[in-house]
Design a protein around this ligand. Sequence first.
Ligand code: ADP
Ligand code: ADP
Length: 228
Amino acid sequence: MYLELKDIKKSFGTGENRTQVLKGISCGIEKGKICVLLGPSGSGKSTLLNIIGGIEKADGGSISIDGELMESMNEKKLSLYRRKHLGYVFQSYNLIPNLTVRENIEVGAYLSSNPLPIDDMIKTLGLWEHQNKTPNQLSGGQQQRTAIGRAIIKNPGILLCDEPTGALDYNTSKEILKLIEDVNKKYGNTVILVTHNDAIKNMADYVIKLKDGQIRKTDINENKIPAM
Ligand code: ADP
Ligand code: ADP
């Protein structure tokens, strides 16, 4: 799916404590691309992701998804959009502790009319030998692989990742980023990824930098050559 953001604004708080976190964000993200959102802590990355994800409402501006304006969707349509077209991966894996790897991934397929083939998916994730384990028997990286599987099994048009490697060591982080890239190549989902990890620049088609509520810099990595 492709996204078009126009002049997105968002404030929190009231009166003297009111702060404008997003001061008019505009950008377009093409279908099947990997867009990386960088910026200091508190610069509004999660807020922007949540607005795109329909979890949070912007105060102004518009978002269109495959040409359809999000503001014009009613609650039912919005929830259908979230359920059908969005995959979310967080820093914390949020797996269901008493379900196996396979069952946790199946949870993601549950509401989908057209899930990806699960065996193939589990192999792509590198979890074949671990599929019958529960989360407490897994490393952090394996838990995140499972969470990515749960998000991707419904084959969402958009995959939103909020610091997916935030709790992982350097090498595991690289593996997880590589997995996200592989998934993007294989299934063609549009990926929006919040990270502090610099290694990411190599895999990004776009790098969007947020600072003081505005876009500071947008790089398009035509050939995935590091732009900086
Ligand atoms: P980032 O993801 O870049 O660290 P966030 O989007 O989480 O930034 O937060 C941006 C700013 O907005 C922060 O100052 C944060 O405290 C504030 N903020 C985010 N969500 C809320 C909320 N629900 N209520 C009040 N303030 C919020
Ligand atoms: P990060 O910097 O990794 O984005 P935060 O701790 O800033 O993490 O924010 C995590 C989530 O908590 C955000 O998505 C936001 O919605 C919420 N949040 C952040 N700051 C506040 C706040 N001051 N009040 C309420 N909710 C907040």
